[in-house]
Design a binder for this molecule. Structure first.
Ligand code: PLP
Length: 407
């Protein structure tokens, strides 16, 4: 196993782990813990540097604006976007995808068109497209997941992309299967047919290198809270020429150019898509989180977390009556499983009583989990502060739960 001992020292930088005992927090796909660097930076900004951004003529507002825009520049560097103006701050991945469906989608999807997604999408990358397709009398098509290999059926993906859907939206890393989709290949196939691509990077942006230029995608979305940053902020990346053609979706202050009683003109992106007072303190926190992750190295984080997930998967596979979801190899950093005869909620309650935090349920991917015959399952998801000992604790507690519930 490829464990990196220096990672265990990082744990101390998280107040929760340093001060509140030895909780095994294995619910990182839902949200991640916050390091001191992020908490302190947000507190310092809120205490001494805070003001509203963009409209102020006083020093505090100018400095706050500079900090907000520095976060945008940092985000652009973080995903290798061509320019900071390609970065739109939203409240998270869900909001970013809804923005796309309601702005780009309203403008570009017509009756009879097809919007293509995959069967492994989180509801956030499914429902906005389903609703758009309904409104427009368009078709929502799905690249199937092979029930045996539990990876995308690439042959079907090629066929469906060849039919030239208006748009193809898919997750970089599946939040249920832990599979890593071949983003570059999928985007290249789509580009060849003139299909616009949207990558849902909610489970990858904080966990592995994400480079929009190398991926070749048109849009990409992610959430700060899944990468050591605060809640309430996320990012929509878009090719600037595409953003420039998109109409606003939400209206209000900050996004207008000139307003008259009988009409208005709107700002250029990204301001056009940031109506109202934005999440300023959160942007500063996200900036600190990106710096924190890059000081460790996303390649290192990916290796560490995937090694833990693989160790957990290996251990779980040895337990009789337990089924693991996801691909046989190339798993990212999570393991979803079900134990025969024990409801996932009961199992996760039991684990909680042992100080181990997991998620149970459908993981916001109901159609996929129904297709795989497991409407409810348990998910252990790992991150940079998790340890080999926590994997052992998890395995031991699952074995104990089985004895407990079956006796
Ligand atoms: N997409 C994926 C793959 C996710 O795992 C999640 C959250 O779990 C989301 C989208 C939605 O993210 P948020 O709730 O931060 O908007």
């Amino acid at each position: 196993m490829n464990f990196n001992p220096t990672f265990y020292q990082l744990r101390d930088q998280f107040p929760l782990f340093r001060e509140k005992g030895d909780i095994a927090y294995l619910d990182n796909a839902a949200s991640t813990q916050k390091p001191e660097a992020v908490i302190q930076r947000m507190a310092e900004f809120a205490r001494y540097e805070y003001a509203n951004v963009h409209r102020g003529l006083h020093d505090l507002s100018e400095r706050a604006t500079a900090a907000y825009e520095a976060a945008r520049k940092c985000a652009a560097r973080y995903i290798a976007a061509e320019q900071p103006e390609s970065i739109v701050f939203t409240s998270g991945t869900t909001a970013a995808i809804n923005l796309l469906a309601n702005s780009w989608g309203e403008q570009n999807v017509q009756e009879g068109d097809t919007v293509l997604i995959t069967e492994l999408e989180h509801h956030s990358n499914l429902l906005p497209w389903m609703q758009l397709a309904r409104r427009k009398k368009a078709t929502l098509a799905y690249v199937p997941v092979d029930p045996v290999s539990q990876t995308l059926n690439m042959e079907r993906a090629r066929e469906l992309i060849k039919k030239k859907p208006r748009l193809f939206a898919f997750a970089h890393v599946s939040n249920t299967l832990g599979s890593i989709q071949p983003v570059e290949e999928l985007c290249a196939l789509a580009r060849k047919e003139g299909v616009i691509t949207v990558v849902d990077a909610a489970q990858s942006a904080g966990h592995m290198p994400v480079n929009v230029s190398a991926m070749g995608c048109d849009f990409l979305a992610f959430s700060s809270h899944k990468m050591c940053g605060p809640t309430g902020i996320g990012i929509l990346y878009g090719h600037y020429e595409l953003l420039l053609k998109m109409p606003p979706w939400q209206y209000g202050g900050e996004m207008v150019d000139r307003v008259q009683f009988d009409g208005a003109t709107f700002s250029d992106p990204p301001a056009r898509f940031e109506a109202g007072t934005p999440p300023i303190i959160e942007a500063v926190g996200l900036h600190a989180a990106m710096d924190f992750l890059d000081s460790i190295g996303r390649e290192n984080i990916a290796q560490h977390s995937a090694a833990l997930a693989e160790e957990a998967a290996e251990g779980l596979r040895k337990i009789k009556g337990l089924r693991i979801f996801g691909p046989a190899s190339g798993r990212a950093d999570l393991v979803t499983f079900e134990v025969e005869g024990i409801h996932a909620h009961d199992l996760v309650f039991f684990l909680n009583s042992h100080g181990i935090a997991l998620r149970a349920g459908h993981h916001c991917a109901q159609p996929l989990m129904r297709k795989l015959g497991a409407p409810s399952s348990s998910r252990a998801s790992f991150y940079l502060y998790n340890t080999h000992q926590e994997v052992e604790r998890l395995l031991e507690a699952v074995r104990e739960a089985i004895t407990f519930f079956r006796s």
